[in-house]
Design a protein around this ligand. Structure first.
Ligand code: HEC
Ligand code: HEC
Length: 265
């Protein structure tokens, strides 16, 4: 059974490469732009077979049979990155009765892809890179910390990301970084208000009801405005954040870092 599965997965992968070769350069570029950040559907397929035969016995069909671990939802005790998962699977957890597995690299890749896809064979499995490298990028080359606040450090103009790893999936984080326009949440929309007194307030909307709007202004102050007191009020659909120009590996590292942010400890 398992051998059939592997052959099938390899053939699938070969088919995929052959198609990629034949694509015109422009489309190939596009395929790479989204594909590099992600595992292929062949990886996920192959991984589902490995999971069923090697892991489901203890972790269960839904991935939640082991206390404190939910593989389908990406909840682990200590792992964050794909390399962390690779480490756990290949060395096991002796203290916790999880054996070491001797999987070939396609099988290992596949089972990680299957976990990252949320056990959904047609899902999106985003690669998750290294936390420490991601933090360096966040504070350095990526320039993220010039707008975002983490654990009490940084400005308040952009959303505070201190617990973003607990509230967003890897796929949502990837979308926010690569494609801020489609990722823009209503709650994060930039607003501009002019009071009847003539003061212009720019900021980010936190909350709004029929009569009032709460926002964080550009100085980082929480403001509550009564709409009847405003001469102008606009909510923009254009995100403040630009799509990143970092490489796919760097984006994977950033996602690793963001997933490690789970609120002040
Ligand atoms: C014999 C039972 C058993 C099998 C088979 C098993 N596991 Fe585990 N696994 C465990 C236990 C128990 C834990 C909890 C460890 C702990 O409490 O820290 C665990 C934990 C994990 C974790 C979480 C690590 C973390 O950082 O919290 C991952 C990921 C994982 N297993 C993946 C797998 C995969 C993938 C397979 C199949 C290739 C597999 N396991 C097969 C028993 C098993
Ligand atoms: C110019 C300021 C600015 C920079 C630089 C910036 N961001 Fe943002 N980011 C924002 C703002 C503002 C939002 C809210 C949505 C919007 O307006 O784009 C946001 C939204 C996000 C979100 C979504 C938050 C949520 O609630 O889901 C993530 C994740 C994120 N940014 C990560 C990053 C990372 C990683 C970098 C560095 C590569 C970065 N940002 C650089 C301003 C910035």
């Amino acid at each position: 059974m398992r051998d059939d599965g592997r052959t099938f997965a390899r053939l699938g992968l070969l088919g995929f490469c052959a198609v990629a070769w034949l694509l015109p350069a422009a489309e190939q570029g596009h395929a790479q732009a989204s594909g590099d950040h992600q595992y292929t559907s062949e990886d996920i397929e192959a991984g589902s077979r490995v999971y069923t035969s090697e892991c489901a016995l203890c972790h269960g069909a839904n991935g939640d049979d082991v206390d404190g671990v939910n593989l389908r939802l990406g909840q682990f005790r200590s792992s964050v990155s794909d390399d962390d998962l690779r480490g756990v699977i290949t060395t096991g957890l002796a203290s916790a009765r999880m054996p070491a597995f001797d999987l070939n690299s396609d099988e290992l890749n596949g089972v990680i892809a299957y976990i990252r896809a949320g056990f959904d064979p047609s899902g999106v499995a985003v690669k998750v890179g290294d936390v420490a490298r991601g933090q360096d990028l966040f504070e350095g080359q990526g320039d993220c910390s010039s707008c975002h606040r983490v654990n009490g450090r940084g400005p308040r103009t952009a959303p505070d990301l201190s617990d973003i790893g607990a509230v967003r999936t890897p796929a949502a984080l990837q979308r926010a970084i690569l494609d801020p326009i489609t990722a823009l949440l209503p709650i994060n929309r930039p607003v501009r208000a002019v009071t009847r007194g003539g003061e212009t307030i720019q900021g980010r909307r936190l909350n709004e009801d029929t009569y009032t709007v709460q926002l964080i202004d550009s100085e980082g102050r929480l403001r509550s405005l009564v709409k009847a007191d405003l001469a102008e009020y606009e909510v923009s659909n254009t995100p403040t954040m630009e799509p990143t120009t970092l490489s796919s590996d760097q984006v994977a590292d950033l996602i690793g870092y963001l997933l490690s942010l789970r609120g002040m400890q």
